[in-house]
Design a protein around this ligand. Structure first.
Ligand SMILES: Nc1ncnc2c1ncn2[C@@H]1O[C@H](COP(=O)(O)OP(=O)(O)OP(=O)(O)O)[C@@H](O)[C@H]1O
Length: 654
């Protein structure tokens, strides 16, 4: 049996270490197996191991500003649907250096000219209308001033472009992500489908709409997927979640001079090709690139009753947990793809897991963090509880780690930094996560991470508060948990250290096939490191400090900012990171939002069904525990601001 399969066997009780700690029935545990190979390691931890990296000016990079930059509570949005149309772009350009990709002979395609402008030109694909939609007075912001290169310097009068090399937009709203390809125009001035194709997003809370713009790289090796696509800019919009939001005066495309200075353009009434007047269409500047993009954004309020399973089509099974399965589903009205987590009430009652399950729902419903999977809706039937989550389809970090054995230092640092922000946010709300591990971390389309599975969260914890429940996953258990003398939020910093170690080396630091031996190692074994080519000095120093067995001395015990200030993270601008402005070096290979190639075939080959539950009906008293579970309108969005999540108050009673 593979390690992966074994890791999925949850609720196997921990082998006893000693009788010195008490266990609750809420253990989420695994039994490791023989396939789990030992890493090649050398060297031993020394308390004085020094980093050669120098410390940086932490404040300049937003380290201690994290509380401040956490946005104030987002005003509650009415639930509804956001309707997006993509119209056209003007003045796009390649980032400096990227033009080289268009000058080399391509792999397996028929690029004929040496210039990247020529490289965009398709041999025989005439593009009807490609020259007509982008005439007019608009002058794109100068590529020279922003350091970009013009994508297409060829007059478009006779241009014929291979649609393969027209830009595409990756639209992200609350982690509902869709690709939208330009259909005509030129690489510099692409044209999208406009009003003919509407993209609908379910709105549960006030969040931004993000568009990332890319062009395919003609120099990419065959079957490279999106990994080599060239990022040409981004656009961030804060929609008005009001049906009555009135469009403003007609608007001309921004000129090069005002495209830098004006962030938001007034709403406009735009005229489509066939003369229809469209409300809410406006130009938005492209950031981290050049030019502007014209979009239509409209909000329609939802007066729908609460949801039921019949509102979804079930597409694929993507995972299984202790209490049910997770399926990829499509919501019939908006056609948006979601992950539907089903939980059998009887299972959680018989295993005394009701409180944990309610905690998971409470945390997910209230936290608004870019690195935590958002909950869209929750509903119930007499037998089951359902959570509707954004479908994050790049797969589990575990899947990628298993495939690649280990990650390089930059990729490991990037994931660790995003997770640090997610954990910091949870701690800010008095929540201990307690179950950090690669299986609970998903990678999204773009390559950012999203923490899922909040079934082991402990709520309402102040900094100094201790809790005693024995739970977690053996490889990741902190020593103080094994000692059974109570633990604080600092357990999450231990697990962050374990995870970083596993990403860099391929295995958790104290791994052993024998669980008791693993516990012994966690409590007493010196920390071993491979050579500096795998764990460089700064990483080694950070790991040593995160994996400090004394929780009171562990880095992070005085707050996340002391981890952020460590030299290992000196290159990170935390504000930029939280804004998801770092372009991940790894993009999972996904074709579109329905693609499940990154999930285990063991699950995806199974026929999706909302299985019938046999057995006696639950009593009224039992059912009452789940009152308030259903959720299809936002509670006060807490954003990243402070506060505390208290379970019972968090529910929207319905
Ligand atoms: N939002 C999501 N998008 C895509 N896949 C998901 C999502 N949520 C969960 N999954 C997949 O389903 C698997 C099981 O989900 P999850 O860990 O939440 O279930 P669980 O019952 O709480 O599991 P556990 O027994 O580990 O507590 C995940 O490991 C992941 O592969």
């Amino acid at each position: 049996m593979s390690w992966k399969l074994t890791k999925k066997l949850k609720e196997t009780h921990l082998a006893p270490l000693a009788n010195t700690f008490s266990r609750s029935s809420s253990q989420s545990t695994i039994t490791p197996d023989a396939d789990h190979k030992s890493p090649t390691v050398s060297g031993t931890q020394t308390p004085n191991s020094q980093s050669t990296t120098t410390s940086n000016g932490s404040d300049a990079q937003g380290i201690v500003a994290s509380e401040a930059m956490m946005s104030p509570p987002v005003a509650p949005a009415r639930s509804g649907i956001l309707i997006l149309t993509l119209q056209e772009g003007r003045g796009f350009s390649l980032p400096p250096g990227a033009e080289a990709a268009f000058q080399r002979p391509s792999h397996g395609n028929s690029m004929s000219t040496g210039s990247f402008a020529g490289s965009f030109m398709g041999g025989n694909s005439a593009r009807p209308g490609s020259n007509q939609t982008h005439q007019g007075s608009y002058r794109p912001s100068s590529a020279a001033t922003s350091g970009g290169s013009t994508i297409n310097s060829v007059p478009s009068t006779h241009g014929r472009y291979s649609s393969k090399y027209l830009p595409y937009a990756l639209v992200d709203f609350d982690k509902q992500q869709v690709f939208v390809n330009a259909v005509s125009g030129s690489p510099e001035n692409p044209v999208w489908p406009g009003e003919s194709t509407q993209y609908k997003f379910d709105v549960g809370r006030s969040t931004e709409l993000n568009l990332s713009l890319y062009v395919r790289n003609p120099s990419a090796p065959p079957n490279a997927g999106r990994q080599h696509d060239i990022f040409i800019g981004t656009c961030r919009i804060t929609p008005t979640f009001r049906e009555d939001a009135q469009p403003g005066a007609d608007q001309q495309p921004p000129s090069s001079s005002d495209s830098k200075s004006k962030k938001e353009k007034p709403a406009i009434k735009a005229t489509t090709g066939n003369g229809t007047v469209v409300a809410g269409v406006q130009w938005h500047d492209v950031q981290y690139g050049t030019g502007a993009i014209r979009l239509g954004v409209k909000f329609v309020e939802n007066r729908q009753r609460s949801l039921k399973i019949e509102d979804f089509d079930l597409l694929k099974v993507v995972g299984k947990g202790s209490f049910g399965k997770v399926m990829q589903v499509v919501k019939k009205d908006t056609q948006r793809i979601y992950a539907l987590k089903t939980i059998r009430k009887q299972h959680i009652i018989s295993r005394s897991e009701v409180a944990h399950t309610l905690a998971e729902r409470s945390v997910l419903a209230q936290i608004n963090n870019p690195f935590i999977v958002p909950l869209k809706f929750s509903f119930q039937s007499p037998e089951k509880l359902y959570l509707v989550l954004a479908f994050v389809n790049g797969g589990e970090l575990f899947h990628h780690l298993q495939k690649e054995q280990r990650f390089d230092i930059n990729r490991s640092r990037f994931y660790a930094a995003e997770l640090l922000c997610a954990l910091e946010c949870l701690h800010g709300f008095g929540v201990i996560y307690r179950d950090l591990k690669p299986e609970n971390i998903l990678v999204d389309y773009v390559g950012h991470i999203a923490l899922c599975d909040f079934g082991l969260c402990k709520l309402d914890m102040k900094d100094e508060d201790k809790t005693n429940t024995f739970c977690g996953t053996p490889e990741y258990l902190a020593p103080e948990l094994l000692h059974g003398q109570g633990y604080t939020k600092a357990v999450d910093w231990w697990t962050l250290g374990v995870l970083l170690y596993e990403m860099l080396t391929g295995l958790p630091p104290f791994y052993d096939e024998n669980t008791n031996e693993m516990y012994r190692k966690i409590l007493a074994e010196p920390l071993h490191f491979p050579g500096p080519e795998i764990v460089p000095p700064a990483a080694r120093d950070l790991l040593t400090k995160l994996l400090n067995r004394d929780a009171t001395l562990r880095l992070g015990s005085n707050g996340a900012s002391e981890i952020k200030a460590h030299p290992f993270f000196h290159s990170i601008d935390w504000r930029k990171l939280l804004d998801r402005k770092y372009e991940p070096s790894f993009k999972p290979n996904v074709l579109d939002e329905r693609d499940t190639a990154n999930f285990d075939k063991e699950f995806t080959s199974e026929a999706p069904s909302d299985s019938y539950v046999e057995g006696p009906m639950l009593s009224q008293t039992m059912q009452q525990q789940f009152a308030g579970w259903s959720y299809n309108r936002p509670v006060e969005g807490l954003g990243d601001a402070g506060g505390s999540i208290v379970q019972s108050n968090a529910f929207n009673q319905r």
